[in-house]
Design a protein around this ligand. Structure first.
Ligand code: GLA
Length: 339
């Protein structure tokens, strides 16, 4: 009997939001909460999937998984993208990550499924950047969410004690110290589940960014310059300005962390939030109320995190600030792995 367990962590993105699909910069860290997939021997050529948290099951042919909707799309897509040889398996999924809360439960699930299926089949893990791309294809083509690579890279490359700066153009990954001392990072659910699928605000923003690039004749908004912004019609000018300034804020945040200037990091989180709200139009009233509540409670910075249009708020609390009852403390944890 072969039995393997794989863990895919969720992630917090400190700053650098809606920059990944624009080939810009991000500063995430893998967290100590995530999804665990246990693979044990199953009927030959078949996968049976048990989603413990949902109380639901699925079964499919490993050689030719048929598309499905909802959570069932993940294991089918991962098996199809990994391709043969895969041993028949029972895949048990359980997790400690709320769905749709901006902590990237989807990427955590993809990564854990991939590592579990590979490990159970006795196959070598591929290069982790390739694995991130594979998981991202599953999300784009099987699940139907046109998300970028941020979440998968954060889950696969998280550093035990720090954040990572990712350059989404060449996928260069640089460790960044995250020494918080008595400061704390927490996430607070706004209560609105965000939606990244076709027809969502997320999809609309992606299309707007592509349109801005077409008009400017540049490959990605990573290349946008100050003088280009004024040439774009509304609202594309505001979308481009967000990306231009958010990239700069990522490097300012790296500098602040290197100097251990956490007050400055807080100011950058606030600036990122204002930009996502006013230039990117990615906030909703419940997120605004959550950010205002965190700031009123003494947060040095608070911002919406992830795809936006709902989900979680990230707040940086100075020493002595009260942690609200509904806040989840988040700390960096190790990257995805076999347990
Ligand atoms: C979601 C997506 C990521 C990224 C963020 C916004 O989390 O999955 O690819 O685009 O939104 O920064």
């Amino acid at each position: 009997m072969t039995r393997v367990r794989a863990f895919g962590p969720g992630r917090v993105n400190l700053i650098g939001e809606h920059t990944d699909y624009n080939e810009g910069l991000c500063l995430p860290f893998a967290i100590d909460r995530g999804i665990t997939v246990t693979a044990s021997d199953g009927p030959q050529g078949r996968a049976e999937v048990v989603a413990h948290d949902l109380g639901e099951r699925d079964a499919f042919d490993l050689a030719a998984p048929a598309p499905a909707t909802g959570w069932r799309a993940f294991a089918r897509g991962i098996a199809a993208e990994l391709g043969p040889p895969l041993r028949g398996a029972v895949l048990e999924v359980s997790g400690t990550l709320p769905q749709g809360a901006g902590l990237s439960s989807s990427a955590a699930l993809e990564v854990a499924l991939a590592l579990a299926l590979l490990g159970h089949s006795g196959r070598e893990e591929p290069d982790r950047r390739e694995l991130a791309r594979l998981c991202s294809r599953v999300e784009n083509e099987w699940v139907g969410a046109q998300t970028g690579l941020l979440d998968q890279l954060a889950s696969l490359f998280g550093a035990q004690d720090g954040a990572i700066r990712i350059d989404m153009r060449d996928l260069a990954i640089t460790p960044v110290p995250l020494e918080l001392g008595d400061w704390r990072l927490v996430t607070v659910d706004s209560g609105v589940q965000h939606e990244l699928a076709a027809g969502s605000g997320y999809d609309e923003r992606r299309a707007e960014c592509e349109r801005a690039c077409e008009l400017l004749g540049i490959p990605a908004l990573r290349d946008v310059r100050e003088e280009d912004v004024a040439r774009l019609p509304e609202p594309l000018d505001r979308r481009a300005r967000h990306v231009l300034e958010e990239d700069a804020r990522v490097d300012a945040a790296v500098g602040a962390l290197e100097r251990r200037d956490l007050a400055e990091l807080g100011a950058l989180l606030d600036a990122s939030h204002a930009s996502l709200r006013d230039l990117y139009d990615a906030s909703v009233p419940e997120v605004e109320r959550t950010v205002e509540r965190m700031k009123a409670g003494g947060a040095a910075g608070a911002r919406m995190m992830g795809g936006g249009f709902g989900g979680s708020v990230l707040a940086l609390l100075p020493p002595g600030a009260t942690v609200p009852d509904d806040a989840v403390p988040v700390a960096p944890g190790p990257p995805a792995r076999l347990l």
